[in-house]
Structures are given as structure tokens and as C-alpha cells.
Design a protein around this ligand. Structure first.
Ligand code: AMP
Length: 217
């Protein structure tokens, strides 16, 4: 089951990918998470990508593709995976196509109204220990600043500040149409439109139906 989740920043890619990962027992591969970990570790890769992440700009395709190719060779990816935040450009999709033995089965495209995105991103908080995602309005933690699951401290991503959000949205709009066309030609895109805030469980039902319709579960 090789899935790709496409959607704007703040569209819920991370939340739904992590739920899909639990539901179907496949790894959740988020290039954003991989890069943030490398930045935190201060590795060579982390040093290379830090300025892009801080500015909310895309990391060059060449770097991203190498990271993904390495990740896909790991044993846990052999039965399937859900990509979150990759590919983001046609060049990345083409590179993915060329990796031997990897065929994408389904692309879930989250179409999310812009006011929802801004509202979500500016209220998003993340656990610094386990990565759990909260929203101060729709999914607040029980105790302010503390993760319900593990007690870790919650933080706001550097690139969830208003100016950077605008940069990331602009980039997304420009890059996502050709990317979706690439997969539409293959007939594997399922669009899920989100015009108003919906509970995660309700969204998951739609996503699971899409996986079933594609004959994957
Ligand atoms: P995300 O967590 O998916 O919003 O990604 C956070 C940041 O990581 C992005 O703003 C980019 O700087 C970088 N990044 C993650 N995935 C990619 C990708 N597929 N291509 C280029 N840059 C990426």
C-alpha cells in the first residue's frame, strides 16, 4: 500500500498520515519531520537544510530525493508507506517514479479552504518529545503547554509564523497543480474537499473509503 498525501501546509497531512499509518500498519514518512530531526541533531544534512526550513522555502529537489531514496530502502517500507509532504514538485515525482520496485497506488489530495489553513497553522502546537500535534482552539491539550500523551513541552514551529505561512502557501499553490496533473494522468488521485472544520474521525472515514475504493484494503 504505497500512498501519497498531498495538501497545503496546515491541511492535515501530518494528522491523517499518522492515523493512516496506525490503521494500516505502514510507516508514516514525512520529509519535513526527517529534516527537522536532522536540524535538531546538527548533522551535515541538518546544516544544509536549516535555512530553507526557517524561511519556509523548499529544500532543493536533489537533497530531498536522496533522503527519500535512502528511507525507502529501509525494511519497514517494503510493505508500503504513506508519504506526507513528498513529493512536492513534478521533479520529485519523476525521481520517485524512477526508483525501482516502487509504484504509487493512491494519491489523496486534500483541498482545504485558505481561512481554515491560516487559523490552524497559527494555533498549531507540537510536542517536542513525541511529535503529537495540537490545536489551541480545536484540539487543545488538557494542561496548557504540556502534551497529554507523554507530558513533553509543546512548541510552535518556527515556520508557523504568519509571514512564513504566506510564503509556504504561495509555494504550495504554484507547485501543486502540475504535481497533481502528473498523478491525475495516471488516474490515481482521490480529491477530498474540506470547506469547513470537521472532526478528525469524520475525515478518516472519507480517507479509509478512498483506500477501499482503490482496492487497497
Ligand atoms: P512540512 O513539515 O512538510 O511542512 O515541511 C517543512 C519544511 O521542510 C518545508 O517548508 C521545506 O522547507 C522542507 N520540506 C519538507 N518536505 C519537502 C519536500 N518534499 N521538498 C522540499 N522541501 C521540503
Amino acid at each position: 500500500m504505497n500512498l501519497i498525501m498531498i495538501g497545503p501546509p496546515g491541511g492535515g497531512k501530518g494528522t491523517y498520515s499518522s492515523r493512516i499509518s496506525e490503521e494500516y500498519d505502514i510507516p508514516h514518512v514525512s520529509t519535513g519531520d526527517i529534516f527537522r530531526e536532522e536540524v535538531d541533531k546538527g548533522s551535515d544534512l541538518g546544516k544544509k537544510v536549516k535555512e530553507y526550513l526557517d524561511a519556509g522555502e523548499l529544500v532543493p529537489d536533489e537533497i530531498v530525493n536522496k533522503v527519500v531514496e535512502k528511507r525507502l530502502k529501509q525494511p519497514d517500507c517494503q510493505e508500503g508507506f504513506v508519504f506526507d509532504g513528498y513529493p512536492r514538485t513534478v521533479e520529485q515525482a519523476e525521481a520517485l517514479d524512477e526508483i525501482e520496485g516502487v509504484e504509487i497506488d493512491l494519491v489523496i489530495n486534500l483541498e482545504v479552504a485558505e481561512d481554515i489553513i491560516i487559523e490552524r497553522l497559527s494555533n498549531r502546537r507540537i510536542c517536542s518529545d513525541c511529535g503529537e500535534i495540537y490545536n489551541l482552539k480545536s484540539m487543545p491539550p488538557e494542561e496548557e503547554g504540556t502534551c497529554d500523551k507523554c507530558g513533553g513541552d509543546l512548541y510552535q514551529r518556527e515556520d508557523d509564523q504568519p509571514e512564513t505561512i504566506r510564503n509556504r502557501l504561495g509555494d504550495y499553490r504554484e507547485k501543486s497543480d502540475p504535481l497533481l496533473d502528473f498523478y491525475r494522468e495516471k488516474g490515481i488521485v482521490k480529491d477530498i474537499s474540506i470547506k469547513e472544520e470537521k472532526p478528525v474521525d469524520e475525515m478518516m472515514e472519507k480517507i479509509k473509503s478512498a483506500v477501499e475504493e482503490a482496492g487497497l484494503a
